[in-house]
Design a protein around this ligand. Structure first.
Ligand code: GCB
Length: 574
């Protein structure tokens, strides 16, 4: 179900007992049975009691020194009391668990989930007991070659029950899901639907927007589904006026209240149009990490820290890499006037030929869209990042995924990010057949860092496979350690702020030569933890491409981008 925050919930956040299981012995010891000795001769070689306690939500890596680099199994247990209410249904909802979750209630398995960044739930109406209940979750964050992402990625593999856990109580029939957004290209027609769960009797559902004095009535069919279509004249959502409307969705037995922004987003020719006006996307890349806690971000407060920095930089968009971030991020961004780029963890080396991977991609896509489709702030579904044209079945599977995405939600831009490029004779040659299926030519390039300049940035030449499409530079930048002003500043191996600053100045010169440029997104806002970044003096386990350090100190490059964003107009001429 969507919009859990707006429903009757009982939070299961807080302290959970944990068993750390690096050897995987918990499976054959059947830890989920949580046995206690009955006879004098009984003993069991595990116990939740007397062991470590972990906070949920939160990654486990940063809660115990021993788990710092841990990738393995942790068993979590939460005892809770419940009073059964007749005529109510109960669901157990997880905001996210990284990566595999097996869930047991009172010793019985109720389900499993794969994927570290999207919500899932199980109905437990028949399984929850009056009084004391015990919930056990086996979490496994080991990397899988056939996982999403696969085994190699440039961020910390934070494991655990990383987002909120709730019991959700509903009536027998409830509003499971709804889609209330403007029709693609329209500024005044809402085209969507409402879907009920649990009662196939046909009934009226209403969508009300009190501020617009609007009440729309529709009738559900035998499957509990009602199409919604009505006209209105909303004040449109935009970064400068992030107007949200209270939207009340009602069925006979349920009410869900949401706060929704209405806007249109589309590509026309070589431009991106927001509310039918060309817009320049001033973005920044953000990982889901609280720099100050150096831990996985999961709360509204964490979201505010990251998003306020993006606002201060002058952004009108955030690219939330490389997986769907928590729902607070998306909701807060919408409130603050930041367009959101949501991305699937289809990252670099993915085994597209595996028989299960395409299904996993599709499930994650559906879970991502399902949760965020009512957020007007969300303008991009990014389906992949830097996958390789040579990988078997890559194009076939990603093209199918794009089609499924458009069929599920036709209102946003669908994007694939690539780094399929050559840079020879000072010419940028961008060729990737995948761009045919992407609304933007979205490229990551690190000229000035991984690839040295071959001439004056202002004289860069371009050869682009699809010359009529808009180009978005989704990553660029280089590393610097804050406060490092050593000389010489023109040597990359010195990790100086000056070297990073020069990369940004040069990139901005190059942007003036980029055809159909509709926006840029520096890599990235804050320095963040990544174990592959092993330089003992300059990196210390951090990817140092941040514009801000993990202590909140702004590097010289920050000011370059801030100036660029304040000089660059949001609206570009038609
Ligand atoms: C990239 C990736 C990003 C990396 C970044 C880097 O191209 O998309 O995930 O972290 O480069 O710092 O090398």
């Amino acid at each position: 179900m969507v919009n859990v925050e707006a429903r009757e919930t009982i939070s299961l956040n807080g302290e959970w007992n944990a068993i750390i299981d690096p050897s995987g012995s918990g499976d054959y010891r059947q830890v989920w049975l949580d046995k206690k000795p009955q006879l004098k001769t009984d003993f069991f070689e595990y116990s939740f009691e007397g062991g470590p306690v972990l906070n949920v939500p939160g990654d486990f890596n940063t809660q115990m020194k021993e788990l710092n680099y841990y990738e393995g199994i942790v068993w979590y247990k939460k005892p809770f009391n419940y009073s059964v209410k007749s005529g109510k249904r109960v669901f157990l909802h997880f905001g996210a668990v990284n990566y595999l979750a097996d869930v047991y209630l009172n010793g019985v398995k109720i389900g499993s989930h794969e994927g570290g960044f999207t919500p899932f739930q199980f109905e437990i109406t028949e399984k929850i007991k009056e009084g004391e209940n015990s919930l056990i979750v086996r979490v496994d964050n080991r990397r899988l070659p056939k996982g999403l992402p696969g085994v190699g990625f440039d961020w910390l593999n934070y494991g655990g029950i990383t987002r909120d856990v709730d019991l959700v109580e509903t009536d027998v029939s409830f509003i499971e899901d709804y889609f209330i957004q403007l029709e693609k290209g329209s500024l005044n027609t809402v085209l969507g639907w409402v879907r009920l769960n649990g009662n196939q009797a046909k009934q009226e559902v209403t969508v009300e927007i009190p501020e617009l004095d609007l009440r729309h009535v529709a009738n559900t069919d035998a499957e509990g589904f009602a199409g919604i279509e009505f006209n209105m004249k909303p004040e449109l959502w935009s970064p400068s006026e992030p107007k949200l409307y209270q939207v009340i969705i009602k069925s006979k037995t349920d009410v869900v209240i949401d706060s929704i922004g209405f806007r249109s987003i589309e590509v026309q020719g070589n431009k991106v149009l927001l509310n039918q006006q060309p817009i320049f996307l001033k973005a920044v890349n953000i990982h889901e990490e609280n720099p100050y806690k150096r831990a996985r971000a999961f709360s509204r407060d964490d979201a505010r820290i990251l998003l306020e920095s993006a606002k201060e930089l002058g952004c009108n968009m955030v690219r939330l890499v490389h997986y769907p971030h928590n729902e607070y991020m998306v909701k807060e961004a919408e409130k603050m006037g930041l367009m959101v780029w949501n991305e699937l963890p289809v990252y670099q080396h993915i085994q597209f030929s595996d028989s299960l991977v395409p299904n996993k991609m599709e499930n994650m896509l559906n879970e991502m869209i399902s949760r965020d489709k009512n957020r007007g702030g969300v303008v991009v579904w990014a389906l992949s990042n830097e996958t390789y044209p040579g990988t078997a079945n890559r194009d076939k599977e990603l093209i199918e995924l794009s089609e499924k995405c458009r069929a599920n939600d036709s209102t946003r831009l669908v994007v694939h990010v690539t780094n399929s490029q050559t840079y020879r004779d000072h010419t940028f040659d961008i060729q990737d057949t995948l761009f045919l299926h992407s609304d933007l030519i979205s490229i990551n390039e690190y000229i000035g860092w991984y690839i040295p300049w071959q001439g004056k940035p202002s004289e860069t030449k371009w050869k682009v496979a699809f010359p009529d499409k808009p180009i978005f530079i989704s990553e660029f930048g280089g590393e610097a350690k804050f406060g490092n002003n050593d000389t010489p500043q023109d040597e990359a191996a010195n990790w100086t702020e000056g070297y990073q600053e020069q990369i940004y100045l040069d990139q901005i010169e190059m942007f003036k030569t980029t055809p159909n440029l509709v926006g840029v997104s520096p890599w990235l806002l804050y320095d963040y933890k990544s174990l592959g970044r092993m330089h003992p003096v300059h990196q210390q386990g951090f990817n140092r491409k941040g514009l801000i350090s993990e202590d909140g100190e702004k590097k010289k490059a920050w000011y370059v981008i801030k100036d660029y964003y304040s000089a660059e107009k949001d609206q570009i001429p038609k």
